[in-house]
Design a protein around this ligand. Structure first.
Ligand SMILES: Cc1ncc(COP(=O)(O)O)c(C=O)c1O
Length: 547
């Protein structure tokens, strides 16, 4: 017979396991292994010429409008920039990333048809103000924001690099020894982050790797808590689900802004750290938006600063009480929200903070700032028990010098003043654009967190992803995720914002005129998903590869 204390132990482990299950988000994003297993079973479904235009059952008149609209769009995009397209196409077989991106701009059943007919140039040879130039001499507004790097405008980063190279040029790329400029960077980062120590790395991904390694080393615990949907770089250790062939070990993906998660943190003894990516405040528990997965509507971004602040305050309290390292991953948002980043903006202190992107002043970088208790890589009393971290190019003199340009820029009075205005400025700009879209009864809205916008599509349609091509035809340059995110720099003038808004509205009007937003009462998200599922299952069973 099992002794009573064993049964009690079993019971408490069962309870802990159940609690953990309840803290997982019910979506596939909350269950990485299941999502990967499902992804491996999804067959290729491809729409041919006929199906492509009528996957929502639109009548012949609408299909005809779409077909001729598509041809017009194709002519515009192809004729506008032939040299850029030819040079971009030539890269497709040589750069793996280009081949991947070309195949994943839109939901994959439509992807081949679109990629063959609506080619997108990926080469630019100049930038000025808010615009970038292609090889055919067209100046497009850049809404990609250099993946978030571009906070102060291209001109600033060009200058930072020029000055940085000049300041560190005498030493050159000497590695191992530090350029003296590093001391000022450390002092400034310590002040901005409120932390005791700093370490430099070569990318945001590496900064996250180091923060997680340090948290495990100092707490002597195994597990990392990350929140459902949050991106923390492409390292195996924090990226569950499709995209990573090796599921991360010792990682719990839990619900953000949820009491059950707090209960898990309060009761388990194996959690080393909690990773927070503050951009998730815009869409907690959802993966970052991307047009390649835009199957129906996209209407889930809602940014509530007060609610997210409350969540972070409580989370920090629980982490502190339990000796769990709270890690703010500010690689993306970092200095966009405030000079002191998300910590300052939300008024919550973390134990470790990762930075990257804009911090490098235009050159690649990652950094970790943290409390001494978490940053030390050795133990006074156990000299062989160390936490190793290297990186050939960390603290590269040129990067340290461009970083210094960036950090000193933050101290300039007009930049400091500018931060105080940003929130109101972008609230007002987003509201103006939304008002115009509403007046014209267009099924597009924007939601935003300061200067990061996400395009929302309140109408369930199978073709919302087409909007990215209409935007491009209007001379708006987007990153590979299409219309999902526009990232603006803080030097953008009102005139430029108004011109961008005018083009967004013109793109939406053209798309509506071409019939892609044909409204059908039966076309709900649920109905669309059901149909997509039916098509997948049919193809998987070998009944048909096209509907
Ligand atoms: C929050 C966050 N963490 C980490 C990373 C990874 O940074 P990098 O692309 O420099 O490796 C990113 C990149 O977008 C990010 O947004």
């Amino acid at each position: 017979m099992t002794p009573w204390w064993r049964s009690l132990d079993l019971l408490s482990r069962l309870r802990a396991r159940l609690l953990l299950s309840r803290a997982k988000h019910p979506s596939l994003a909350g269950h990485g292994r299941i999502a990967s297993a499902v992804a491996r079973q999804v067959p290729r479904v491809e729409y041919g010429e006929r199906e492509f235009f009528e996957t929502d059952g639109a009548p012949a008149e609408v299909v005809a409008r779409r077909t001729s609209g598509f041809e017009k769009l194709r002519a515009t995009l192809c004729e506008r920039s032939p040299e850029t397209l030819a040079a971009s196409l030539a890269l497709r077989d040589g750069i793996s990333d280009v081949a991947f991106i070309n195949g994943y701009r839109v939901p994959f059943p439509y992807a081949r048809y679109v990629a063959e007919r609506l080619p997108i140039g990926c080469i630019r040879d100049a930038s000025e103000g808010a615009r970038v130039r292609d090889l055919d001499g067209h100046w497009d507004y850049d809404l990609g924001g250099d993946y978030g790097v571009n906070l102060f405008g291209h001109a600033f980063y060009k200058q930072a690099i020029e000055r940085g190279v000049a300041r560190a040029g005498e030493l050159g790329p000497v590695l191992g020894a530090y350029h003296p400029i590093i001391a000022d960077n450390v002092a400034r980062l310590k002040r901005l982050s409120g932390m005791d120590e700093v370490s430099f790395h070569m990318s945001g991904t590496e900064a996250v790797m180091q923060a997680v390694r340090l948290a495990r080393y100092h707490t002597r615990r195994s597990h990392v808590v990350r929140f459902c949907g949050a991106y923390h770089g492409w390292w195996d250790g924090v990226q569950p689900g499709p995209g990573n062939p090796r599921p991360p070990h010792e990682v719990y993906t839990l619900k953000e802004m949820d009491d059950t998660t707090l209960r898990v943190l309060s009761t388990r003894d194996d959690i080393a750290c909690v990773l927070v990516n503050p951009i998730q405040a815009m869409h907690p528990n959802r993966p970052p938006p991307n047009d390649s997965t835009l199957v129906g509507s996209r209407n889930d971004a809602r940014y509530d600063r007060a609610a997210y602040t409350r969540w972070l305050v409580t989370l920090a309290e629980v982490c502190r009480a339990r000796g769990i390292a709270l890690v703010f991953d500010e690689v993306f948002l970092g200095f966009r929200l405030a000079p002191g980043g998300a910590q300052e903006y939300f008024g919550v202190r973390a134990d470790l903070v990762t930075y990257g992107k804009s911090l490098g002043g235009g050159l690649p970088v990652g950094a970790v700032c943290g409390r001494r208790a978490f940053m030390r890589r050795f133990r006074e009393d156990r000299p062989a028990d160390i936490c190793f971290a290297r990186g050939t190019f960390n603290s590269h003199p040129y990067v340290m010098a461009t970083m210094n340009e960036f950090l000193r820029h933050l101290d300039e009075p007009e930049v400091k003043e500018g931060y105080a205005r940003q929130e109101h400025l972008w609230n007002e700009r987003a509201a103006r654009l939304n008002r115009r879209l509403k007046e014209l009864d267009l099924p597009v809205r924007v939601e935003h967190m300061v200067s990061v916008f996400s395009t929302q599509y309140p109408l369930a349609s199978r073709y919302n992803w087409m909007f990215q091509y209409y935007l491009r035809a209007e001379g708006l340059s987007l990153s590979w995720i299409g219309s999902a995110r526009f990232i603006f720099s803080h030097d953008l003038s009102d005139d430029d914002f108004d011109e961008i808004s005018r083009r967004v509205v013109a793109a939406a009007e053209a798309m509506r005129a071409d019939g892609w937003w044909w409204p059908a009462a039966a076309l709900t998200d649920r109905a669309i998903k059901r149909r997509v599922l039916r098509e997948m299952v049919g193809a998987r069973l070998g009944l048909s590869s096209t509907p």
